[in-house]
Design a protein around this ligand. Structure first.
Ligand code: ADP
Length: 399
């Protein structure tokens, strides 16, 4: 069976998985971590076994070389790579769907780095290295922003001088698009009327955002020109009065960039709880009676609910609400807090179904008095990247 190597390159990590584009679990998956440091290592997970190897060449090239070496030294395994799919965070206005990577595409990915300076240069590096080492395979880029290119101008523009959009492309782009597209695709298999329906999705992980989907298309989302806008997140503040940036910079005598770093890296659940950015640890602290943990969870849920209600103003009805991402899939506490705040929309959670929702599986958690179906749907961005890659390869293959 043909398979795809899915690659997600960060500045100091590289996640990978070999998938066949079906619901089958990845044949091989793993992560290279602490790239650039002397402690860098790569983990391979195969058939329930985990092996960790130090990476002597501790950069992205070293990581991809180690993956290639692992595949070559296990040549008896049923691995049949036909392409490589790369996750790319920012596709700007250039990419509204996944594309086969050619030199022009790679240049455009590099151009988009001004809005994603931590991510896009690492993706470009990963693509170059993978093209050098797997030169005989087609490479495909799948963009987090692409799904939101269907937003209308009245949603994606910021109310700032139009000239700033015209001259610099300053606008809302939105992220988590691959996850939202996966959820839309999955929901279409669960409710055959989905194509004519309206859905709210809350992707709640370390990064968190919401999306309004109308007849399968994104019509509004909470993240903006960068993933800082919108919900309160693990370490990101989400939306706030932009004047605060100048106040923090003045009061702390730091540059605007360092003030922005506080909003990106020291805020959110971590900033309020003063415990962790990790929702599970905060829930444990809350259960033990920690007030800051309680406050952090309430703020997180309140902001998620506000943004859900806000993007819902683009829909005539709300037929489905979907929770996904590490927190959305696994935290009944957060789901309940959010749904309680959406009662004015006729949202009615089945408290028991919410509590017993099985990990890693689709479940419906709405009470039958609810105006909207409420779902827990585990996301699978890697699967969509593998599927896009397979279908683009099929489209471009010679007859
Ligand atoms: P990322 O955005 O990095 O992909 P994930 O989607 O993996 O993040 O989500 C990570 C978040 O999910 C963390 O805050 C983690 O604590 C939370 N999480 C995972 N499992 C649980 C759980 N059982 N209860 C509450 N939160 C959980």
């Amino acid at each position: 069976m043909p398979q795809i190597l899915v690659v997600n390159c960060g500045s100091s990590s590289l996640k990978f998985a070999i998938m066949d584009g079906t619901d089958n679990p990845p044949i091989l998956e793993g992560i290279a971590e602490r790239l650039g440091s002397e402690h860098s290592a790569i983990t391979f997970k195969y058939a329930g076994n985990k092996t960790v190897q130090p990476l002597h060449d501790n950069d992205h090239r070293g990581a991809v070389t180690a993956i290639k070496h692992w595949i070559n030294s296990n040549s008896t395994l049923p691995i049949n790579l036909v392409g490589i799919g790369h996750r790319v965070v920012h596709g700007g206005e250039t990419f509204s769907q996944s594309v086969v990577i050619n030199p022009t595409v790679l240049e455009s990915i590099k151009d988009c780095a001004r809005f994603a300076p931590l991510h896009n240069p690492a993706h470009a590096k990963g693509i170059e290295v993978a093209q050098a080492l797997f030169g005989d395979l087609p490479h495909v880029a799948v963009f987090d922003t692409a799904f939101h290119q269907t937003l209308d101008a009245d949603q994606y523009l910021y109310p700032i001088p139009m000239r700033l959009y015209r001259e610099h492309n300053f606008r809302k782009y939105g992220f988590h698009g691959t996850s939202y597209r996966y959820i839309a695709q999955k929901l279409a298999t669960l409710d055959l009327d989905f194509a004519s329906q309206n859905t709210l999705v809350a992707h709640l992980g370390n990064g968190a955002s919401v999306c309004a989907i109308k007849a399968g298309k994104s019509v509004d989302t909470s993240m903006g020109i960068t993933p800082l806008e919108g919900l309160m997140m693990g370490t990101r503040s989400g939306s706030l009065d932009p004047s605060l940036l100048a106040f923090i910079s003045d009061a702390e005598n730091i540059s605007m960039k360092d003030a922005l770093d506080i909003l990106n890296k020291e805020s959110g659940l971590k900033g309020i709880s003063e415990i962790s950015n990790d929702c599970r640890s905060i829930e444990t602290a809350q259960a033990a009676g920690d007030d800051r943990a309680e406050l952090a969870l309430n703020m997180f849920a309140s902001r998620a609910a506000k943004h859900l209600a806000s993007v819902a103003t683009n829909l005539e009805s709300v037929d489905h609400i979907v929770f996904t991402g590490g927190i959305g899939e696994n935290s009944p506490v957060i789901r309940e807090k959010i749904c309680r705040r959406l009662a004015m929309m006729g949202v009615w959670l089945d408290l028991h179904a919410n509590q017993i929702s099985p990990r890693g599986e689709v479940s419906m958690i709405s009470d039958n008095r609810s105006n909207t179906s409420i779902w827990v749907i585990p996301t699978n961005e890697e699967l969509l990247i593998a599927q896009d890659t397979l279908s683009l390869i099929a489209d471009t293959a010679p007859e």
